[in-house]
Design a protein around this ligand. Structure first.
Ligand SMILES: Cc1cc2nc3c(=O)[nH]c(=O)nc-3n(C[C@H](O)[C@H](O)[C@H](O)COP(=O)(O)O)c2cc1C
Length: 212
């Protein structure tokens, strides 16, 4: 009888540890300026699992800031770079958002004009990449629309997708979620906003957090 009681108590102790263990593995959601998570991200681990295979860093940059972030990410992860280049490049005049008649202002006003053709919207060896960083400047609080063309043109099934942006002051906002919705496939992770004057240290810190 004593043996049976001891056995039962032992079992109860084991069960209570198992329960505690499963609580502690729940990853807390990070928050703060410039951070956001997509619905698919909420159930998954942080991107620590990413980086096990080939990494691609896709970006659009109108004035070079996002390109700088993309270069650091590629350098620090050993990833390949792919620049999204509009077939009709944006001039300084085009980018003048203070002018209601400028190209960006017109495109902002009229969504139908945002269908920006790219010189290339598909990537060689796409199937070999399992982690895809997607970078863009924030335009009027959302991802600069030339990235939409790329996102719509590709199947992200089986890929970990990590958005990043640069901006003067806005956060990432809903930009990552909106792109995830547009894509409809892929495991979109929490994104990150960098300041327009992004440094290699900023990028390194973020990549460390992601487990790269
Ligand atoms: C058309 C346009 C709209 C912008 N809208 C915003 C904005 O809503 N919020 C913000 O913080 N910065 C905004 N900016 C500033 C850019 O996001 C910022 O300068 C960014 O780093 C530019 O990246 P790039 O050099 O890669 O193009 C805007 C810039 C442009 C040209």
């Amino acid at each position: 009888m004593k043996k049976l009681t001891a056995l039962l108590m032992g079992l109860m102790v084991m069960i209570s540890f198992t329960a505690c263990g499963s609580e502690s593995t729940e990853a807390p959601q990070t928050s703060g300026t410039g951070s956001s998570s997509s619905s698919s991200q909420q159930d998954s681990e942080p991107a620590a699992a990413a980086g096990d295979g080939s990494t691609l860093v896709v970006y659009f940059s109108a004035t070079g800031n996002t390109e700088e972030a993309a270069n650091y990410i590629a350098e620090l992860t050993g990833g390949d770079l792919f620049e999204l280049e509009p077939a009709d490049p944006y001039t300084d005049e085009d980018l003048n958002y203070s002018n209601d008649d400028s190209r960006v202002s017109q495109e902002h006003e009229n969504e139908e004009l945002r269908n920006v053709e790219l010189t290339a919207s598909t990537v060689d060896n796409w199937d070999e990449y399992d982690t895809v960083f997607i970078g863009y400047p924030i335009w009027w609080g959302i991802a600069a629309w030339p990235v939409d063309t790329f996102v719509e043109a590709n199947d992200f099934t089986g890929k970990t997708v990590i958005p990043f942006c640069t901006s003067a002051s806005s956060g990432l906002g809903d930009s990552g979620e909106l792109l995830a919705e547009l894509a409809g496939t892929g495991d979109w992770q929490e994104g990150h906003r960098f300041s327009s004057r992004v440094s290699e240290d900023d990028v390194q810190t973020w990549l460390d957090e992601l487990g790269f």
